[in-house]
Write a protein of this length. Structure first.
Length: 169
């Protein structure tokens, strides 16, 4: 299984503006990734410092994601939650923005979360499986075991994301 991969999205510009390929399965295929979109979501975040995650889906509901920023910017974090992996519970972070035209492919077996770096940040993500509320699992953004250093103070977070148990408990 491949790990997360940053994908540079092609941009075509002329005097009218720009055209960006938001998703092209051939770009992923060149990196050895097969990804079939089952669900696509658009998330509108009002405040700078909003934190969403860390989320994943268990067992048959596991999902890979293709994440990109439509407007604004985020600090995106993925945590390896595959128990047999050499990088189990280790995380990687990425900056995704409207300006850098990058998308992030996150394979199954990783928890995902992000913090907005600007007001009115809009994130688009597609997944290769349908969301199942009964299969949702999560990890605390401030879990000492994960030791994630978020760039901003948390301005907004859901009550659910605050109730995930700590790994050390």
């Amino acid at each position: 299984m491949t790990g997360p991969q940053l994908i540079n999205l092609p941009v075509f510009s002329d005097p009218r503006g720009s055209f960006i390929k938001a998703f092209d399965s051939r770009l992923l295929s060149k990196s050895g990734i097969t990804f079939r979109v089952q669900q696509s979501n658009l998330v509108i975040n009002n405040d700078r410092g909003t934190l969403r995650g860390l989320h994943s889906q268990a067992k048959d509901s596991a999902e890979a994601k293709f994440v990109r920023v439509v407007h604004g910017s985020i600090y995106d974090v993925v945590v390896d939650i595959r128990p047999a992996s050499e990088s189990y519970l280790q995380h990687k972070s990425y900056y995704l923005s409207q300006q850098n035209n990058c998308a992030l492919y996150i394979p199954r077996g990783f928890a995902h979360g992000y913090q907005t770096l600007e007001e009115s940040t809009i994130v688009s993500y597609a997944s290769d499986n349908f969301f199942s509320p009964a299969s949702e699992v999560g990890y605390r953004y401030d879990d000492p075991v994960l030791a994630i250093e978020w760039p901003l103070e948390v301005a907004s977070i859901s009550a659910k994301d605050l109730t995930w148990p700590l790994l050390s408990s």
